[in-house]
Design a binder for this molecule. Structure first.
Ligand code: WT7
Length: 646
């Protein structure tokens, strides 16, 4: 089957930072001489003390070591702030657009530097020292960026928790990194609805004496209880703090942040990222993949709680001095033209979003897009899950007017920054393919038995060597880090994804191979949802699998076995949904719950998710090899129930 190919636009060939020939040469060089290549790339930053060693990495079966620029010293907030404020402090750094149309704010480099400096001092006054963790539970407001950069300024380590997570999910993430200080807001606003952030914090902290201080941003100005001695208003703390805050020099391998992500087992993993390598990779890849030129306005729609925002809304762009659009709301409220109106208003040049949003906006047709002048757009990106060709074409034709290359970026919370993507001036595009490796990145497809798949073919997507942005460990659990990423295929980093390489060497991600599902570009461990369900007193056991979902990519299908004597009912279904929302958050809401008198298991009692995944996908006959099922009637009964009219 021949696929459509979209050639590099003629204009870009001559103006882009990297053209086809440069990609070939630089990529080759990045593999042949990684030290020389990354030494050069690292010049994108200002180093307080230059590094002498570039790369000290080893992926061998008996030792995994990951260090980049180890003896260099720098400060991330200086790189993202001071050096831009110095020359053009009055220019816009952040163009903030609130949830309510008309509620907007421009933050200049000077403004941001002042706010970050004051907050850095306020944090110090609360006893935060270099290496301490600070949790951040904020909506998409400039204060969230200030919080991250203020931590970086004093060498503290931020842990941003998505404001859509529940009190319990927040508590787990605070407990894990033991932050003594938390920055939050009275409330969040999303599509006109109020999100009770401070209330969630109060619930989370009931059982967490570790948090000594809470700074509260006034977002909506609603009344919230303030605990004396613990809670302070953010604005009051800042008003008292000095605006003079010299950035603290930190080592390149000192931690910058931790960010939690779901794994296939157990509790979320705190991926620990360090300063030098992460910032080099973020800054250099942002510049190359979006062909960033000074003056470009960049709009990344991700929430500050995800890695996409850390790297390509905040650190990558700000390190380059880019002006960013920061949007608090959702694309479909008050109507489906909200993003397009923002792009027109701020003359956005680079736009970065997720396939799930594109699919949902496609339902509203071309009208809401056509009403706006999107001619400022030059480059558009996609991230979080494979983009289906229909969505790609719509994005390209309708939003981008057929002019803008679509940069499908494959990476993970663990990888810190991009690993696979086309470069806009260098590569023809194939809708649905993340194209080629970024500089210095060595993808390898491995068959199940560990043999290397050469040329065209499919396999487990692995990487043969480290890259600067790679997470250094799972906070507090090095064993789990090694086991999760380096034990399946010794000598390689294993992503957990499957991929195919085509005849042109383009990569096509086929999806997760483990018990992780991708719902609207958000990663969830099926086990996490199962444990939430199993915490309900009526539930004996639950198995959760992903199912195809038109908009979300994957939806959540839960098979639930009730305890003896418990009656099946819609009320109980609603209770179970509530349990999941309380333990994790609305993003984990099951799309479908089916009662299963028993779950299919093998003879040693392991749930056969493979079979349930097929059933969830509507495949009722073809269950593959069922010889391992201890009791085949269990499968037949589930199939019967799933097909019952609702
Ligand atoms: C997982 C990582 C990277 C920031 C957002 C998600 C999937 C991510 C793509 C893409 C196909 C993709 C993978 C990956 N994924 N980007 N362009 N094409 N799949 O970060 O939450 O850590 O999830 O998202 O399955 O392993 P994350």
């Amino acid at each position: 089957m021949s696929q459509p190919v979209f050639p590099v636009p003629a204009a870009l060939k001559s103006t882009a930072h990297v053209d086809a020939q440069a990609y070939q040469e630089l990529y080759r060089r990045s593999l042949d001489d990684p030290e020389g290549f990354w030494r050069e790339q690292a010049q994108i930053l200002d180093w307080a003390k230059p590094f002498t060693s570039v790369k000290n990495t080893r992926y061998s079966p008996d030792e995994v070591a990951i260090e980049w620029f180890a003896d260099g010293r720098l400060n991330a907030s200086f790189n993202c702030l001071d050096r831009h404020a110095r020359d053009r402090g009055g220019d816009a750094a952040i163009l903030w657009e609130g949830d309510t149309p008309g509620d907007s704010r421009t933050v200049t480099w000077n403004d941001l530097k002042q706010e970050v400096s004051r907050l850095a001092n306020a944090l110090k006054a609360l006893g935060v020292r270099k290496g301490d963790f600070v949790s951040v539970y904020l909506p998409v407001v400039p204060e969230a960026i200030a919080a991250m950069l203020a931590c970086a300024r004093i060498g503290a380590v931020h842990s941003v928790v998505f404001s859509g997570f529940s009190a319990q999910a927040l508590a787990g993430r605070i407990e894990d990194c033991r932050s003594r200080v938390l920055i939050t807001a009275d409330e969040g606003l999303r599509a006109g609805k109020h999100v009770p952030l401070k209330k969630n914090v109060d619930v989370a902290l009931e059982s967490l004496p570790v948090v000594e201080h809470v700074l509260v941003v006034r977002r909506t100005g609603c009344e919230v209880p303030m605990t004396a001695g613990r809670d302070r208003w953010y604005d009051e703390a800042l008003a008292e703090a000095s605006v003079d805050s010299p950035p603290v020099e930190v080592g390149a391998e000192d931690p910058l942040f931790v960010l939690y992500t779901s794994g296939s087992t157990g509790k979320p993993k705190g991926m620990l990222h360090t300063t030098g390598g992460y910032l080099v990779h973020a800054a250099a890849s942002f510049r190359a993949m979006f062909d960033y030129h000074p003056g470009d306005v960049h709009f990344c729609t991700a929430d500050v709680g995800w890695v996409t925002a850390h790297t390509y809304l905040i650190y990558g762009p700000l390190a380059n001095g880019a002006t960013i659009v920061l949007f608090e709301g959702v694309p479909t409220w008050p109507d489906a033209s909200r993003w397009w109106q923002i792009i027109e208003t701020y003359k956005v040049n680079i736009f970065y979003t997720a396939p799930t949003a594109i699919r949902s906006l496609m339902r509203d047709g071309e009208g809401p897009v056509r009403r706006h002048d999107l001619s400022s757009l030059r480059i558009m990106g996609s991230v979080g899950e494979p983009i289906n060709p229909e969505a790609w074409i719509w994005y390209h034709e309708v939003v981008g007017g057929g002019r803008c290359p679509i940069i499908d970026t494959y990476w993970q919370t663990e990888t810190g920054a991009v690993l696979l993507c086309p470069l806009p001036g260098a590569m023809d595009l194939k809708p649905g393919s993340a194209a080629k490796p970024f500089f210095g990145v060595r993808p390898v497809l491995l068959a199940g038995d560990g043999t290397i798949v050469e040329g065209e073919g499919a396999g487990n997507l692995c990487f043969a060597d480290s890259w600067p942005g790679q997470a250094r460990t799972i906070l507090g659990d090095r064993e789990r880090f090694l086991k999760t990423y380096f034990s399946t295929f010794p000598g390689y980093y294993f992503t957990g994804d499957g991929a195919r390489r085509d005849e042109d060497g383009y990569y096509w991600i086929t999806g997760r191979l483990d018990d992780v599902i991708n719902v609207s570009g958000h990663r969830l461990g099926t086990v996490e949802v199962e444990s939430a369900l199993a915490s309900h007193p009526s539930v004996a056991e639950a198995a959760v699998v992903g199912m195809p979902h038109e908009i979300k990519g994957q939806g959540i299908f839960a098979f639930v076995t009730l305890k003896d004597g418990v009656a099946e009912s819609d009320n109980l279904r609603r209770d179970l949904v509530q349990v999941v929302r309380t333990r994790i958050g609305p993003i984990a809401t099951p799309d479908r719950i089916e009662w299963a008198p028993q779950l299919p298991k093998n003879r040693s009692g392991k749930i056969l998710r493979r079979i349930l995944t097929r059933i969830a996908a509507g495949d009722y006959e073809n269950h593959g090899d069922t010889s391992t099922v201890a009791d085949p009637t269990v499968v037949a009964e589930i199939v019967r129930r799933v097909q019952l009219p609702k």
